[in-house]
Design a protein around this ligand. Structure first.
Ligand SMILES: Nc1ncnc2c1ncn2[C@@H]1O[C@H](COP(=O)(O)OP(=O)(O)OP(=O)(O)O)[C@@H](O)[C@H]1O
Ligand SMILES: [Mg+2]
Length: 385
């Protein structure tokens, strides 16, 4: 999984997190504020030694001169801990300048203390045999072991502080305005409206057209009983009954595509098994849900599985596929994979991009891996809260 921010990376399992570049990126990010901060502070302190009021004016001048470059640097170095592009705001310059003043006056030395304290413990312990060569072997070994064990703790602390610092900088430079949440709310409303419309169509088809076709098929069956089996009329009525049954089967399929009753009644795991069972490519299903999930989450995941399995059947040339689904730390993770020839490209159709749109509304994420030659993996993550 690709993490876009240090805070997201913290939610990974310990080993992948510790092996990733995130702890180092966060350390680099924190030390990045120390360099301009310390340089400005030292210069300001040096000029403050000049006779007053000249010293005071020169100190303020040093600070003022540092604001522009530090503001520029702050925005760029944020990428180390937060890969999501910053949106433009109308008062960008003012915000950047405020952030630069904050960094120069306070944040740089807080960052420095944070890194120093976090790293000092494990480093000093690990260096015990060098620092205290006269100490006996056992305490030295214990100190080294404890130092090594504390390294992961330091990595987590630095990543947490780096991530929190990044989130603070983002909040200052690009606060989530009321317009943005309003846009999201109206998109959610639109999807709700579509969902209601789907259900209405499904009810109409189910209670109207489907019942009529069932009645038609039964009437034809009765008419056939009254006709001699080898007569032309009997053959034609039999054919008409076959066609009515076929139309009924197609209508049922259509209704399922519009709205899955199994999903509503029995939940995501059952609905996924149902879709997979009807796929022409054999699909292994491993979906376990601790409980029923919120309706928008279930419906979105269901459409992802339906579309991904339709793609497997239509495009992949696969001999088998698999669907897995789990809730991990409050996030539903569903993966659909196939052993086909790969090459899926959202730009070539509307299915995958439509899924990405749906996921955006429930704050979910769609990832796709489909190198030429295969295999193809579609993965979605949807927060359940
Ligand atoms: N599992 C897959 N294996 C190989 N290629 C795939 C797979 N899924 C999708 N593709 C390729 O990616 C393209 C885009 O898929 P997408 O679902 O967006 O559109 P579509 O299936 O062609 O049309 P639509 O879904 O709108 O009916 C497909 O046209 C196909 O070429
Ligand atoms: Mg498709």
């Amino acid at each position: 999984m690709l993490n876009r921010t240090a805070l997201e990376a913290l939610t990974r399992r310990p080993l992948p997190f510790l092996r990733s570049a995130w702890p180092w990126r966060c350390a680099a990010y924190l030390l990045g504020s120390v360099v301009p901060g310390a340089a400005t502070a030292l210069t300001a302190a040096a000029v403050l030694a000049l006779p007053m009021p000249l010293g005071f004016v020169a100190g303020a001048g040093v600070l003022a001169a540092a604001i522009l470059p530090v503001a520029w640097f702050e925005r760029r170095r944020l990428r180390l801990v937060d890969g999501v592009p910053l949106p433009e705001t109308p008062d960008r310059r003012r915000r950047e300048a405020g952030l630069a003043v904050m960094t120069l006056l306070a944040m740089w030395w807080i960052d420095l203390l944070m890194v120093a304290f976090t790293c000092a413990g494990p480093v000093v312990l690990m260096l015990t045999p060098l620092v205290q060569p006269e100490a006996s072997v056992l305490p030295s070994v214990v100190a080294v072991v404890v130092g090594v064990l504390l390294l992961p703790v330091a990595a987590y602390t630095i990543a947490a502080w780096g991530g929190a610092r990044g989130a603070m900088v983002r909040a200052i430079l690009a606060p989530a305005g009321p317009e943005l949440s309003e846009v999201l709310r109206s998109r959610a409303r639109l999807v709700d409206a579509f969902e209601m419309e789907r259900r209405r169509i499904e009810r109409d088809l189910h209670d109207g057209a489907q019942q009529r076709l069932v009645a038609l098929s039964m009437t034809l069956g009765m008419a056939r009983l009254d006709l001699p089996e080898d007569s032309e009329a009997g053959r034609l009525v039999g054919l008409a009954q076959q066609q009515a049954k076929q139309a009924l089967a197609e209508l049922r399929e259509l209704i399922r595509g519009v709205h899955s009753q199994i999903l509503t009644d029995r939940g995501l795991a059952a609905a996924v098994r149902d879709v997979a069972g009807r796929s022409p490519v054999p699909i292994q299903v491993d979906v376990e849900m601790p409980e029923r999930l919120p309706a928008p989450v279930e419906v979105t995941a269901y459409y992802v599985v339906t579309e991904a399995l339709a793609n497997v059947a239509k495009h992949s040339g696969a001999t088998r596929g698999a669907v897995t689904g789990r809730v991990e730390r409050g996030t539903l993770v569903v993966e659909v994979r196939d052993d086909g020839h790969g090459g899926a490209d959202p730009a070539k159709g509307t299915g995958l991009t439509g899924l990405a749109d749906r996921l955006a509304v429930v704050a979910g994420r769609l990832s796709l891996s489909s190198p030429a030659g295969g295999p193809t993996l579609v993965r979605v993550e949807i927060p359940c809260a």
